[in-house]
Design a protein around this ligand. Structure first.
Ligand SMILES: C[S@@+](CC[C@H](N)C(=O)[O-])C[C@H]1O[C@@H](n2cnc3c(N)ncnc32)[C@H](O)[C@@H]1O
Length: 315
C-alpha cells in the first residue's frame, strides 16, 4: 500500500517551514545587525504635525512618545478638541512607520472631564478608526508617588504598544530579565520551559516595576514629566534594531535621543518648546559625567537626516 506523505498538510510544520524561509525582520534580533559607527540625531523645534508631514512613508522603525493629555500641567498641555488633534498625529504616525514598525504611547487613564484626553480616548480611536494593532498594554508600576486622602494613591501608568502589521520586529532576548541562580536552577527543572530560553532570562511581562524620577534623581535635567532612561531603554532595545530609526515627536527633554545614542539607533526628535535643546544638552553632559559614550552626528533638517548615507541604508 502506498504511503502518502502528508507532512505538507501539517499546520505546525507549515508555519515552521514558513518561518525558516522567512528572512524578514520579524525573525531577527539585535545580533543580526551592526550598530552604526555614530548614531545620527536630528532635533527640531516645531509643531509635531508640521514635523510629521516632512517624514517619508514607511521610514521609521519605532515611535516612542509621551504626549500631552490636556491636564494643564503646563502651557503645552492644553488642546481644544483632544482626540481631533491627536487623530492628526496618530494617522501620520501610521503612515511613517515601516511594515515591521511599532509605536509606544505613554499615558494614563486619568480622565477628568470632557475636554481632557487620556489613553482610553487614544485606544478607542486607534481600535475603531485606524489599522494599528494593539499588541500589549504595559503597566508601569512604581513605589514612589504622591500621597492621597480622597482616593487610592496612584502607583501606575500605562504604555500601549501598537504595531503597524503582524510582521512587527520584537527582540525579547534583548530585554530578558536574568534569573537569580536559585530561580534559574528551579526554572531549569520546569519541563514546560525551554531550557535555552530559560538560560537567557525571563520575559519581563507586561507589568514593569521601575522607579519614577524623584525631584532629586541624578537623571533629572529639569523637564517636569521626564521619563526614566530604564523604561525607554527597554522599548528601544526590544522594538527597534541597531541602526534603525526611532522617532519621538513630543521629545520633552530628549530622553529617547539619549537612549538612542547609547543603543546605536538613529533618532529623529521634535518638540514645540525651544527649552528642549537645553534639556537635551544636559542629558549629554550627564552621560559624559557617567563616562558614557555620547558620540553622535547632529543633523539639523529632516531632508539631510534621510539623505545621510547611514540612514539611507536602513530604509
Ligand atoms: C510629556 S512631555 C514629554 C517628556 C519626555 N518623554 C521626556 O522624557 O522628557 C510632552 C512634550 O510635548 C511637547 N508638545 C506639546 N504639544 C506639542 C506639539 N503640538 N508639537 C510638538 N511638541 C509638543 C511639550 O513641549 C512637552 O515637552
Amino acid at each position: 500500500m502506498a504511503i502518502h506523505n502528508k507532512s505538507h498538510l501539517n499546520h505546525a510544520l507549515m508555519s515552521l517551514n514558513k518561518m525558516r524561509k522567512d528572512n524578514t525582520l520579524k525573525n531577527k534580533t539585535a545580533a543580526d545587525f551592526d550598530p552604526p559607527e555614530k548614531p545620527i540625531v536630528c532635533l527640531n523645534i516645531m509643531d509635531c504635525c508640521d514635523f510629521l508631514k516632512k517624514i517619508p512613508d514607511n521610514s521609521i522603525q519605532l515611535i516612542c512618545i509621551d504626549p500631552p493629555y490636556n491636564l494643564e500641567l503646563a502651557g503645552w498641555d492644553i488642546y481644544g478638541n483632544y482626540i481631533e488633534w491627536a487623530s492628526q498625529w496618530l494617522n501620520e504616525a501610521y503612515r511613517v512607520l515601516s511594515e515591521s514598525g511599532s509605536m509606544v504611547i505613554f499615558g494614563g487613564i486619568q480622565f477628568r472631564d470632557a475636554k481632557s484626553g487620556d489613553l482610553i480616548d487614544i485606544i478607542q480611536y486607534v481600535r475603531h478608526d485606524t489599522r494599528f494593532k494593539l499588541i500589549n498594554t504595559i503597566t508601569w508600576y512604581y513605589k514612589n508617588g504622591m500621597s492621597a486622602h480622597r482616593y487610592f494613591a496612584n502607583r501606575h501608568e500605562e504604555v500601549i504598544w501598537l504595531a503597524k502589521s503582524n510582521n512587527y520586529y520584537f527582540d525579547l532576548d534583548a530585554v530578558r530579565v536574568p534569573y537569580t541562580e536559585e530561580q534559574l536552577q528551579l526554572a531549569l527543572k520546569d519541563k514546560r520551559l525551554n531550557p535555552e530560553n530559560t538560560r537567557k532570562g525571563k520575559n519581563p511581562t507586561n507589568v514593569w516595576e521601575i522607579g519614577r524620577l524623584n525631584g532629586n534623581s541624578k537623571e533629572r535635567v529639569g523637564h517636569p514629566t521626564q521619563k526614566p532612561v530604564e523604561i525607554i531603554d527597554r522599548f528601544v532595545k526590544s522594538l527597534s534594531y541597531p541602526g534603525s530609526v526611532v522617532l519621538d515627536f513630543f521629545a520633552g527633554s530628549g530622553t529617547v535621543g539619549r537612549v538612542c545614542i547609547s543603543e546605536g539607533r538613529h533618532c529623529l526628535m521634535c518638540d514645540s518648546d525651544p527649552a528642549t535643546i537645553d534639556y537635551f544638552n544636559k542629558h549629554l553632559a550627564l552621560m559624559k559625567e557617567l563616562g558614557q559614550n555620547t558620540e553622535h552626528i547632529a543633523i539639523h533638517t529632516i531632508d539631510d537626516f534621510f539623505n545621510a548615507e547611514e540612514v539611507e541604508g536602513v530604509i
